[in-house]
Design a protein around this ligand. Structure first.
Ligand code: NAD
Length: 270
């Protein structure tokens, strides 16, 4: 593995499992010092301990991204422990599956999905930016990578979560322009369906949806981690403000309709 992140300091939110965990491990494997944060402190502890066991540099910190004070403390912890901050990965989210119909949606759940998914990322960016800008001024650049979702682009259900992810994509673009003069790049990945603990209760759904992915499978957390690491790395030094789908071709396909049109004709997908 190349070591693109030697001397690099990274803070990740919601990194106690799933995509956040895989991303923390990826950064650490490439030489970064990582602060693994999660609302559930014992999850963050487990990931940080596993990284250290493998010879990496990691600390854990319990942080709910909706708590502005806790977010500022987490950022301060990263900057003091490692002497600065080069990358923020905004990965924490909330998603309550929609009840039907829309008018029955519980207001508290609506606000919670928006609060964690959008406001949480904004709190983290605001707290981290002075430190990222300091790293950016050194000339080697700094980065925010936001974790969005294909839900921002198409109807896959979950109104509040999808709206929050769409707003996060917009915030990515506006921050990219405003932060560019300070040497901070801001980008977003949009995962399709990824096999994480979030799906534990619905694991059989992962097998059902795989057929809708042109590349023939759902994603693994490492697929998303690789894209996040790319956007944070010097390899992406001239990329800012982009939305990168990491979705096995889902957003450019329409396999269900394609199958329906070709049913009984003997024609293949191609
Ligand atoms: N798994 C998928 O299919 C999928 C698809 C599209 C997008 N995504 C996005 O990928 C990211 C990670 O998803 P995942 O499947 O790995 O999730 P996950 O549920 O497996 O893990 C999320 C982690 O975030 C933590 N968390 C929740 N609320 C928090 C808060 N308020 N503050 C701090 N931490 C909090 C949880 O404790 C948990 O450890 C999310 O942004 C999600 O929207 C996932």
């Amino acid at each position: 593995m190349t070591m693109r992140f030697e001397g690099h300091r990274v803070l990740l939110t919601g990194a106690g499992r799933g995509i956040g965990e895989a991303t923390a491990r990826r950064f650490a494997a490439e030489g970064a010092a990582v602060l693994v944060t999660d609302r559930e402190p014992e999850r963050a502890d487990r990931v940080a301990a596993a990284i250290r066991q493998e010879g990496g540099t990691a600390e854990a910190y319990g942080c709910d991204v909706t708590d502005d004070v806790a977010v500022r403390e987490a950022v301060t912890r990263a900057a003091e422990t490692y002497g600065g901050l080069d990358t923020l990965v905004n990965n924490a989210y909330s998603c309550h599956p929609d009840p039907a119909p829309f008018e029955d949606l519980d207001s508290a759940l609506w606000y919670q999905d928006i609060d964690v998914t959008l406001h949480g990322a904004a709190h983290c960016a605001r707290a981290a930016l002075p430190h990222l800008a300091a790293a950016g001024r050194t000339g080697r650049g700094a980065a925010i990578v936001n974790v969005g979702s294909v839900n921002a682009e198409r109807h896959f259900g979950d109104h509040a979560y999808s709206a929050a992810k769409a707003a996060l994509a917009s915030l990515t673009r506006t921050l990219a322009v405003s932060c560019a003069p300070r040497g901070v790049r801001v980008n977003l990945v949009e995962p399709g369906t990824v096999r994480t603990p979030a799906w534990t209760d619905r694991a059989e759904a992962l097998d059902r949806v795989a057929a809708h992915y042109p590349l023939g499978r759902v994603g693994e957390p490492t697929d998303i981690a690789a894209a996040i690491a790319f956007l944070a790395s010097p390899d992406a030094a001239w990329i800012t403000g982009v939305t990168l789908p990491v979705d096995g071709g889902l957003l450019v396909s329409n396999l269900g309709m394609n199958e329906a049109m070709r049913a009984g004709t003997g024609l293949s997908r191609g």
